[in-house]
Structure formats: structure tokens, C-alpha cells
Ligand binder design. Sequence first.
Ligand code: G
Ligand code: G
Ligand code: MN
Ligand code: NA
Length: 256
Amino acid sequence: RALRADLEEALEHEELVLHHQPIVDLVTGSIVSFEALLRWRHPRRGLLMPGEFVPLAEESDLILSIGRWALREACRHAAAWQRSGAHGAGVTVSVNLSARQFQHPGLVGEVEAALGAAGLDPHHLTLELTESLLMQDGEVTRSRLAALQALGVSLALDDFGTGYSSLSYLRRFAIDVLKIDRSFLDEVPGNPQDEAVVRAIVDLGSTLDLQLVAEGVETGEQAAALAELGCPFGQGYHFARPVPVEDAMALVALPP
Ligand code: G
Ligand code: G
Ligand code: MN
Ligand code: NA
């Protein structure tokens, strides 16, 4: 049986779940956000990662229904964190958007509906976009980004530095957060050139008043070096792997 046929039924069979990976303050170590990452509990193949099924979903409108579900689920989770106590209040959720979702004219209304259904303050939701997504039609892109920001949600540029003409996008579009791609951290600390590149991205971010998140932080040495280079936030296996929502809830219930 083809994976695509299974995927068409995955939502109604409640086989999709969101795992959450913490984004932490590199100075205090406290959790400021979680990135929601899709997982598919396939009845025969076991737990599948997004790389194994998101591209398939993106070939058709399936990504629209899956994306809509993920958005509503993530907002529900974030609303529960807000209610969980002193530390959970303020912890935001970041949701990845595919190009097809972003181009879908219903997106802004669906984001608003997901926030409303969950009772989530829009300031607690960040949408992660990629550079390739921003390469589409300029005017449509610009007005959709503006409409999302008018709702009060934040916009993050994912995998920053791996696409091209990154800088022109930053100038043209109102982005709130840069997520520095993990490929820049491979030799940080240790390689002066790589350190200089990270420092340049940090300076650019500060100049443009953007928040910065370093992705793929795998060691304590990397976390310390990033803090030293002025990067305020990090995400990666050094802090935690993506975990089920119950575990995320337990993390925010801990004292900071
Ligand atoms: O967890 P993992 O590293 O395998 O995730 C890889 C990629 O899968 C993410 O960078 C993201 O692009 C995509 N992805 C994960 N969750 C979602 C989701 O909820 N919606 C969309 N559209 N893409 C997702
Ligand atoms: O949205 P994006 O493609 O950036 O998703 C982040 C992906 O990176 C997730 O699939 C997550 O599982 C993966 N990831 C998160 N932390 C680390 C890390 O420390 N090292 C590596 N190699 N991958 C990570
Ligand atoms: Mn992401
Ligand atoms: Na990324």
C-alpha cells in the first residue's frame, strides 16, 4: 500500500502528532519558545519524521489540511502552557509553513481562527518561513506577511543563510526573527572565519532589530561561544530533542 494513500487517512485516524523542541535563552538557560515539529505515528512503519512524508504532502493540497491541523494543535498546546503557571506563561510556539500553505489565500483567516479557537494571544505564535518561499510573487508575499503581522503574530526566517539574496528579503519584508542555519555552527567555536560569519549575522540582526536564534546547538561549547558572539537564543540537541507535548508541558512547569 502506497504511503500517499496512508497519508490521506492519517489525519482522520489521528496518527499525526506534534513534537516540540525548546528554544532557550543562551544566558539564563530558560525556555522562551518551542518549535512544533510534525511526526507521523504510522500503524506499520513506526514513527516517521517530516522528511519522510512532508514532501509527499506538499505535492498536493494534503499539506493544506495537515498544515491547518498543525496550526490549530500548536495553538492549543501553547494556550495550555500559558495556563500552566509562572514559567509557562510567555512561552511561545513556532510553527513551520510550507510554500503552498503560505500561497493559499485562506491562510490569514485560518491563522486567526486557530488563535481564536485556542484562546491564544497572537503574540505567542511565530510562523517559520523559508527564503525560497519568499522568492515567490513579491506583492502577494508582501501583503500576506503584512496581514499576518497585523494579526499580531511574529514571522521567522528559517534556515537563514542557506538560500540566496537573503539580504534583499530582509530589506523588503518585515521579518521579526532570524533562525541561523545549523551549518554555520559546525566549526564554532574554533574556526575564526565561521565565528566571524556568525558575528556578522548577529550584527546584522541587531542592526535590523531582529531576534536571533541559532539552530542545531549540539554542545555546551557551542552554546557558550554563541552567547559570547552576542546571539541571544539557541535551539538544538544540547538543550533537548523534540519531545511529545506532555514532556514539553513538564519542562515549562519546572521553575525557570
Ligand atoms: O523534525 P525534522 O528535523 O525532521 O523537521 C524537518 C522539517 O520538516 C522542518 O524543518 C520543516 O521544514 C518540516 N516540518 C516539520 N513540521 C512541519 C509542519 O508542521 N508543517 C510544515 N509545513 N512543515 C513541517
Ligand atoms: O524547521 P527546520 O528544518 O529548521 O527544523 C529543524 C530540524 O532540525 C528538526 O527536524 C530537528 O529535528 C533538527 N534538529 C534540531 N536540533 C538539532 C541539532 O542539534 N542537530 C541537528 N543535526 N539537527 C537538529
Ligand atoms: Mn523550522
Ligand atoms: Na531551520
